[in-house]
Ligand binder design. Structure first.
Ligand code: S3P
Length: 433
């Protein structure tokens, strides 16, 4: 999808006030969309992600024979292929979405036929060896272009493996579980850091049996998936922008309801609490095995303190690190991030872009191969921000801009629509100017 480049001016705010409900979680929507399209029967989802990334997943699955329609009430209806996709000569376009490309590769590796996966310029730079190695160990053939997309998959019956992921990655784990689902024997994925477990929960919701230990997930194949109906919880990684915005103003009070609070995703709430924000979880319930609740954030007069994010926490918070770094100057003691080298191979080199854009706003920041030191007690000024085509950079610096002196121009603001098309409208709604 080609979207024209847009600029957005962000004016400073006095406060963040109000209540929000957010569009469906991107990670869960990818999984529900992909599994429903592969399952037997007709699934229905409300509050499905409105982001372009999840639209890429649905478009790929449609090209493989699933039928997808959006009802008048916004519900997405998906008629699955019942475990066998229709091979297509056409390339499957994954757009900007690493989740689509890596997860669908596992699904297709076990299907008879040849498949080609392509992506945009950013996705075509991202590492794909991490899926090629284990899928080839299972018996599939993957041809990459120097470790990157386009990916050519020659799929067919696979053999089960026991694999330890060298880099913690929920996408790679899911890729192997979707291959294992279709493979005789037990496929086990071991990880040193427990990554988000939406795939394990979704596979169970779709009727599959998945075994878990503290550091491993196993699936005994072949198994079939059966259609479900579900409400997708609000996206906590999207909420992160508003929670961080609220955290930088003393008089803020923000409530977000219907929010996904899966413990493998909720580390941000602990970090904001450690920084000094007051977080209250007002309601909590379980829906399709996912925890959903209402979160309220307020900030005491002392403001934010300091924190260090390293080790396993960096992997668990990987998508929230850009916005945490961007508010670092507004803390009293700064934010230190380490063990986050993966940030360099996301939709952009997020360490370099965060450092460059913080400096453009007048901040002092030290860049490391695996992280950043952002000293606290700094004043920022409005500047021109280069989002580098990266949705999370565009949104992170829109938040930093709220407490800067003067206006900030976000170049490449359209990239927010990759995960969160409603971002700027909702920001206008809660930013008290
Ligand atoms: C995701 C996993 C993470 C995350 C990405 C979504 C997922 O990527 O950064 O935004 O839905 O599984 P990795 O698996 O590369 O860590």
């Amino acid at each position: 999808m080609q979207i024209a480049t847009q600029e957005r001016i962000i004016r400073p705010a006095k406060n963040i006030l109000g209540s929000l409900r957010l569009p469906g979680d991107k990670s869960i929507s990818h999984r529900y969309g992909m599994m429903a399209a592969f399952a037997e029967g007709t699934s229905r989802f409300s509050n499905f992600s409105t982001g372009a990334d999840c639209a890429s997943t649905l478009a790929c699955m449609e090209a493989l024979g699933a039928r997808v329609s959006r009802q008048e009430d916004g519900v997405i209806e998906i008629i699955g292929v019942g475990g066998r996709v229709t091979p297509t000569e056409n390339a499957l376009d994954c757009g900007n979405s690493g989740s689509t490309m890596r997860m669908i590769s596992g699904l297709l590796a076990a299907q008879e036929g040849r498949f080609t996966l392509t992506g945009d310029a950013s996705l075509s730079r991202r590492p794909m060896e991490r899926i090629r190695k284990p899928l080839e160990a299972m018996g599939a053939r993957l041809t990459l272009a120097e470790g990157h997309a386009p990916i050519l998959i020659k799929g067919g019956p696979l053999r089960a493996i026991d694999y330890t992921t060298p880099v913690p990655s929920a996408q790679v784990k899911t890729c192997l579980l979707l291959a294992g689902l279709q493979t005789a024997g037990t496929t086990t994925v071991r990880e040193r850091v427990r990554t988000r477990d939406h795939s394990e929960l979704a596979l169970r919701a779709f009727g599959a049996t998945v075994e878990r230990t503290l550091d491993s997930v196993s699936i005994a194949g072949p198994q079939t998936l059966r259609a479900i109906e579900a409400v997708v919880p609000g996206d906590l990684s999207s909420a992160a922008f508003f929670l961080c915005a609220a955290a930088i103003f003393e008089g803020s009070s923000l409530v977000i309801d219907g929010l996904g609070l899966n413990p493998t995703r909720a580390a941000l709430l602990d970090v904001l609490t450690a920084l000094g924000a007051h977080i209250a979880v007002l309601e909590l319930e379980e829906k399709s095995s996912e925890l959903v609740g209402t979160v309220q954030i307020t900030l005491p007069p002392e403001g934010l303190r300091s924190t260090e994010i390293s080790g396993a926490l960096s992997a668990q918070l990987i998508d929230e690190l850009p916005v945490l770094a961007a508010i670092g100057p507004y803390t009293s003691g700064g934010i230190r991030i380490r063990d986050a080298k993966e940030l360099r191979v996301k939709e952009s080199d997020r360490i370099a872009l965060v450092a460059r854009n913080l400096r453009a706003m007048g901040a002092e920041v030290e860049e490391f191969e695996d992280g950043l030191d952002v000293p606290g007690g700094q004043k920022l000024h409005g500047a021109t921000i280069d989002a580098g085509g990266d949705h999370r950079i565009a949104m992170a610096f829109s938040i930093a801009a709220l407490r800067a002196e003067g206006e900030t121009l976000i170049q490449g603001a359209e990239s927010a629509a990759i995960s969160f098309p409603e971002f700027f409208d909702l920001l206008d709604r809660v930013a008290d100017r």
